[in-house]
Design a protein around this ligand. Structure first.
Ligand code: OMD
Ligand code: FE2
Length: 468
């Protein structure tokens, strides 16, 4: 079901479409007509180009936007850093990335703690849990969980030069301000902030339980919609359901870069370290923009789920929302896959996921409800928790789910009502941080035993009838 209530309607306005060319102006006539960079842009604005791909990238992949702003982004004192990570002990930063540990065991985590002390904002609350590759050579990705108990300071902004950030809220509504405008992102919605775009994250419900969720930072390439092949021209996540913000700006800029009335802290993530600068003008001063490089959001309830209407359990690639292709055809650096409510009708079929070992690694999280192949409850796979099944690590339904599905009457059945699990699937082997393995204290030590310790032998012997 799509997310329905739309608070703060006047602040959040969207333009619809994936990979579209948009133009938007918060003040009439702020966009130059017929030019990108006139001698004097309208209203005394500066023109600034933001490129997400090489200038010479083929047209089909080329991503860039023109921003018309009160002062250009370059007007700031030198960055200081690497700054001590606001949460070095929690796992963000170069040291944590450099010390990733690669383990073949299946891992599962209890729900990660919310920031009940209300001490951390979104950036301070980012905990690196797993990753692979290297942002300096634009390869690989990082996976975080976040727990934010408060909004970022009113004069703060963050950006990642390392990659595009896919944010998956699990608890708490995020009020996201970007250079290109505002996005309201609720649980069961996601948003993507492209590399380099400055943003601010607030909690829309200041007196709620705080915000918790998952982030994938993609060092390599960008998220695109998966090919549909024989599915045809519609299905899965449809382009028109992606929403981009409209231009919205503040005017706190003084008359030059140096003498503005206030100080704004811009924190940049650069090769896994944080650098900060304090400038005397707001980074959110973009009065108009046009282009195809922009942040966007998507309501997972709009996903058009497709499955087998005859027999056998299809590969989960049919549930891909967004995909970041590698150079190898059909092989993703990262896929974002969801398991929404759906009908299962397969005849003579073991309906949950089969047992499997993959060359791809699978990091899973649960936004709400349960997951059909795994027990919930204490010690199970529950909302706000996670699991990691790394390259060639065997996994599948726990013994109890296997027995249940093996003996189930195969009537059409709706699974996953009110639930949504997701998977960050990657062709990379994922290393886990010290925080993820130890400090967070959420690893379920008995995960393997608890899930598969009880798998029964059904073998009837060489003479046994098949399928009994
Ligand atoms: O491991 C998992 O639970 C994810 C998954 C789901 C599915 O339906 C098929 C394969 C797969 O890896
Ligand atoms: Fe799997």
């Amino acid at each position: 079901m799509p997310v329905t209530n739309f608070p703060f309607k006047e602040k959040y306005q969207y333009q619809n479409g994936f990979d579209s060319y948009f133009e938007t102006e918060a003040v009439p006539d702020a966009l130059p007509q017929g030019h990108n960079s006139p001698q004097k842009p309208p209203l005394g604005l500066y023109a600034e180009k933001l490129s997400g791909t090489a200038f010479t990238a083929p047209r089909a992949q080329n991503k860039q936007s023109w921003l018309y702003r009160i002062l250009p982004a370059c007007a700031h004192p030198p960055f200081e850093g690497p700054a001590p990570s606001p949460n070095a002990s929690l796992g963000l930063g170069a040291a944590a990335f450099g010390a990733l540990r690669y383990v073949p065991d299946q891992l599962r985590w209890d729900p990660f703690d919310l920031d009940v002390e209300r001490g951390r904002d979104f950036v301070e609350g980012l905990h690196l849990i797993a990753g692979g590759g290297d942002p300096a050579v634009k390869s690989g990705l990082a996976v975080y969980v976040y727990a934010a108990g408060r909004s970022m300071g009113g004069r703060e902004a963050f950006y990642s030069a390392d990659g595009e950030m896919l944010i998956v809220p699990q608890t708490g509504v995020l009020d996201v301000r970007t250079e290109m405008g505002w996005l309201l992102v609720r649980p069961m919605e996601i948003c993507v902030i492209p590399r380099g775009v400055r943003f601010w994250v607030g909690l829309a419900e200041e007196d709620g339980p705080g915000a918790r969720g998952y982030v994938m930072e993609l060092f390599q390439g960008r998220f695109v919609l998966p090919e549909l092949g024989p599915i045809g021209s519609n299905g899965l996540a449809n382009a028109r359901d992606f929403q981009a913000p409209v231009a919205s700006f503040d005017e706190d800029c003084g008359s030059t870069a140096g003498d503005g009335p206030n100080e704004y802290v811009v924190t940049g993530k650069f090769n896994n370290s944080l650098f900060r600068t304090v400038q005397r003008h707001t980074p959110f001063d973009v009065v108009a923009w046009h282009g195809n490089y922009y942040p966007y959001k998507y309501d997972l309830g709009r996903f058009n789920t497709i499955g087998s209407i005859s027999f056998d359990h299809p590969d989960p690639s049919i549930f891909t929302v967004l995909s970041a292709p590698s150079e190898t055809p059909g092989t993703s650096v990262a896929d974002f896959v969801i398991f929404p409510p759906r009908w299962l009708v397969g005849e003579d079929t073991f309906r949950p996921p089969w047992y499997h070992r993959n060359t791809m690694s699978e990091f899973m999280g649960l936004i709400q409800g349960g997951y059909d192949a795994k027990k919930g409850g204490n010690g199970g796979f529950v909302p706000g928790g996670a699991s990691l099944h790394n390259v060639m690590s065997g996994h599948g339904p726990d013994a109890e789910s296997y027995e249940g599905a093996r003996n189930a009457e195969l009537k059409p059945a709706k699974v996953g009502e009110g639930s949504c699990a997701f998977m960050f699937e990657s062709c990379l082997m994922l290393g886990v941080t010290d925080w993820g393995l130890k400090t967070c204290q959420k690893v379920q030590e008995a995960y393997n035993e608890h899930s598969w310790g009880g798998v029964k032998v059904h073998w009837k012997g060489a003479g046994g009838a098949q399928g009994v």
